[in-house]
Write a protein that binds this ligand. Sequence first.
Ligand code: ATP
Length: 796
Amino acid sequence: MLLLPQKALRSSVQPIRATRPLRLAQKTWRWSRTSAGATKQSAPLALVPKKKPDGPSTDLGVILGRLSQLALPYWQEEKSARWKLAGVVGLTLATTGVSVVFNFLGRDFFTALSDKNETAFYSQLVKYLGGFALGIPVFVFKSYFQSKLALEWRQWMTERLLAEYLSDRTFYGLQQSAEVDNPDQRISSDVANFTDTALGLSLTLLNAAIDLVSFSGILFTIYPPLFAALVVYSVGGTAASVALGKNLVTLNFNQEAREADFRYGLVRVRENAESIAFYGGDQDERALLKLRLQAAVENYLGLLTASRNLDFFTSFYRYLIQLLPAAVVAPLFFQGKIDFGVINQSQSAFNHILNDVSLVIYQIEALAGFSAVVDRLGEFDEAVATRRSQQQQLAERAKAGAPADSDDAAAAATSSSGGVTPAVVGGDDETSLAALPGIELRFQAAAAAAAAAATAGTATASTSGSSSSSSGHHDARPLLQVRDLTVATPRGRNVLLRGLDLDLTPGQSLLVMGPSGAGKTSLLRAVAGLWSDGRGAIDVRAPRDDVMFLPQRPYMVLGSLRDQALYPRRHTQQHDDATGTASASASAPASESPAASTSASAASSPSSQAAAPLVRPPSDSEILAVLELVQLGHLVTRYAAGAEEEAAGSSNGNGASTTSSSAPASRGSAAHASPSALPPAAAKAALDTTADWAASLSLGEQQRLGWARLLLARPRPALALLDEATSALDQETEARLYKVLAQSGISYVSVGHRSTLRDFHSALLQLRPDGAGGVTWEVRPLEAAAAQVAAAGPQQ
Ligand SMILES: Nc1ncnc2c1ncn2[C@@H]1O[C@H](COP(=O)(O)OP(=O)(O)OP(=O)(O)O)[C@@H](O)[C@H]1O
């Protein structure tokens, strides 16, 4: 009897023990229309707690629906995958064929043995060995191609989920609404488990069906009562195992969550190592992690107990059956009606069929884990789809209003002051939470912006790329227009600002001041499109990508110093470079004004009317110049010296010099050089340095890096939103950075507390508590600021 192939086939499906990170909130939420509003369509959208309790769905209909929703797109959209699947199915059929051949070879082999027929025995032995040589590769290749196909499916599905998750700021919306926990876990290990198990189980089912048909015929021809005994035994066993294994689904689901809670706790310690060390919070962290570990261990013990109980049953089930076929057909053998080989053949056929009809029993743990994975992934997929359709609805509603890139509409809407509305006050009207239809946010289309840039370029002899600010020419139409804006917090639906009106023309700047918690950052969130709960309209006469945000603590990406400086445009720039759309002027002189260089290629390009403006990545010398401008030159020299020492070390170690001919000759010379005086190879080495930037740069340095990003961004941002972006800097550096920004032509809105910031803005939005839990606002011009900035002259 040969069970090896059958075993190899079954082992492709393993019980799932995926881990699962922290649930962000105990409640889950869903979008719903509130009762307010004349019609269902016009009723405001709100996030309300989901009725569904946490935990896996055990409704088979829901799981099957989610399964098809998750699994079908790949096979529908990828033609090559269908061909590969056909190949794997072919190999699966071949494995059944090989098993049938082995079944007959085994019968004749054992019959020759019992007949003591030496010639026939050796002849059967050779055939058997030949069968091994031809049959085993079929099993091996089937397993290999199946795993490879599952891997390709995983890659496709992960990329698709990533594309949806990381577009339209869906990741932010999901995090804010706490609709689904731990997307990272779902995108990484859940998808891998899903594709692997879905393919494995499907092929196992297919194989079982074919196997069942093939071996039922054999068994039935040997002895029909044996076939009947088998059916009764397996149906009873399946029912019993389903009953015994039911709680495994919940236990598996919970195990994922608890393992993930524990791992997430560890990740937080790593990410917040310095704060925890300053607080001396070791013991608290340890206690918390111990609790989480305990929760995971306890659940796992429950899982082990449930598996043990199930194992008692399945083991008896498996071993008892080994005797059944021989016991049933033995009387026929004693009566001389069948050969000894037929007993072996019936045993083999019996085992095959038993495996086929007992799939649920043998795979109950894998099925339990798989249904938890299907549930989690399906939930995530649905949440992403809902979130994106919310975004589309908001965009469509915004489109239905006045378009931001309509020149007429924008001109008509320009206030008579030609800029910030002078001394406007408001915020004392009562706004019902239920009557907030959502904020309408409109950005200018990229094509319209490119056309406008081309026009401006021809009008101002654009080879210099000089900004509207430095040329003294101001476009009087508002760059940012806010009308009757009410901002509410998500979920809590706490109204912050009410009825704000504001115009900001290009080249102007607005300072937002007010007490902590008044809603300053929330206003920036609304302008950036992160928060949409509220009422009113925001028109930005620039594409969305031309609005850049500088937070108080900038996000430090994984990568080199160059990557830090070019974030978030580094991939766009690399792409443009690779496709050859970038201009050839990659070696601009280091002294070139960064503000001037940023728009040059877009304005002078013959194809600048295209939707996507041409951009070129900043050269190393431009990056160095900007880093020096924001007073980060010391980082470059520091890392150049480090790279130099490393190169010298490796050259001493292996006897071959790794430094280029242009590198400094003497060791450590870079440490004292000014960045712009560094040899190109040393500067490049410094910019290529990778480090844990969040941990190795001071907050002030990180903030200055944020400013460098702003000045290096291509195309140049039209509007910068600065949220306490200089809070960690001394006043002198703050003044210097704001002067550079004012001369760059980038309009900006800053949030800050320092009164010295007034010197660098042309208007002030002052928020004040109204004494009744709300906020009043006042907008007024800051006359002195513009004169001060203009008097300061260009910065290099
Ligand atoms: N995601 C959120 N969900 C619900 N409420 C929030 C959320 N984020 C902020 N809030 C609340 O909204 C209010 C305004 O927050 P915001 O960050 O805009 O204040 P701020 O004026 O910028 O304060 P600070 O000067 O301290 O930075 C605060 O009461 C805050 O607790």
